[in-house]
Unconditional design. Structure first.
Length: 297
């Protein structure tokens, strides 16, 4: 009985550390978007995808070598498929960041959980609950607000790439759901990096132009930050509940907006703020509905 308060304090400390890590994740994600925009003028997105995977693997390699047992997996082909889809989603977002306002792309990225929910209904035979149906409808309204259709022009190519990236992210999450039940997180991260490098090398070789020393520096930084981001996300969710951490992800939007204004003089229209908020509110509604689901007797 005397250990109860101590256990609560330890849990509170862990939650604070998890929240702090998620703030770091939001900051790293915003920095990543800015780095892609800086690189976009001289480095093809295929090359950015390859170098990101390569430098990320180099950062993670000492951990893999120190724990070779993490490479034991219940899956083979699925790791390769997941890596290919992950690469495709990253490249789609790289194109989007190069072509469209950073805040608009970031807002669209929040739509991935909405697509996951719809995919689970269609492909995993999950029963749609009323609150989630409402959340999906609200989320799509938010997406339309960001896309702003009917205002004189079709959806921009950049935001089309962002939508493709969000859809692919949802497919990856649906694929990952059964895999995470048998393979530990470290194994999933390691195999994703290992499989992505050779896959990414093929399209990169087709368009290859050797980056400048300055571009190499930014590419190395981006790869290292990407690997650090994965590690922080994994650790944060092991320390605190998802319902506590998910809202922090919304920090990405104001952080990206601030950096985009600072470095590229991009202003964020009101529709993007409203749409991004609506999309994120729908995501939170889904998270709450999952937490509130009654246990089966």
């Amino acid at each position: 009985m005397t250990q109860g308060p101590l256990s609560d304090k330890a849990g509170d400390r862990a939650a604070i550390v998890g929240v702090t890590m998620m703030v770091g994740v939001a900051l790293l994600a915003a920095t990543d978007a800015v780095l892609v925009r800086f690189l976009a003028g001289g480095v093809h997105p295929f090359v950015i995808g390859f170098t990101r995977a390569l430098f990320g693997l180099l950062v993670f390699l000492p951990f893999i070598l120190s724990r070779p047992g993490i490479l034991q997996s219940n899956y083979r082909f699925r790791h390769v498929l997941r890596a290919a889809l992950k690469l495709a989603s990253l490249i789609a977002f790289f194109f989007a960041f190069a072509l469209s306002p950073l805040a608009d792309v970031t807002a669209i990225m929040f739509a991935a959980p909405i697509f996951v929910t719809v995919g689970a209904w269609v492909f995993l035979s999950e029963q749609p609950r009323a609150i989630r149906v409402i959340a999906v409808i609200v989320g799509f309204v938010g997406v339309l607000l960001v896309l702003r259709p009917g205002q004189g022009a079709a959806v921009s190519p950049g935001l089309a790439f962002a939508l493709v990236g969000a859809l692919l992210t949802a497919v990856i999450q649906l694929l990952l759901k059964p895999m995470s039940g048998r393979d530990p997180t470290e194994t999933l991260v390691a195999w994703n990096l290992i499989a992505t490098v050779p896959i990414a090398a093929i399209p990169a070789a087709i368009v290859w132009e050797t980056p400048t020393p300055a571009e190499w520096g930014l590419l190395a930084l981006q790869g290292a930050l990407g690997a650090l981001n994965m590690g922080l996300v994994t650790r944060a969710f092991s320390l605190a509940e998802a319902s506590l951490l998910v809202p922090i992800d919304f920090l990405r939007l104001p952080l990206v907006a601030g950096m985009a204004y600072l470095f590229f003089a991009e202003s964020v229209p009101l529709a993007t703020w409203i749409g991004g908020t609506v999309i994120f509110a729908a995501t939170l509604l889904m998270a709450r509905s999952a937490r509130a689901r009654p246990e089966r007797p």
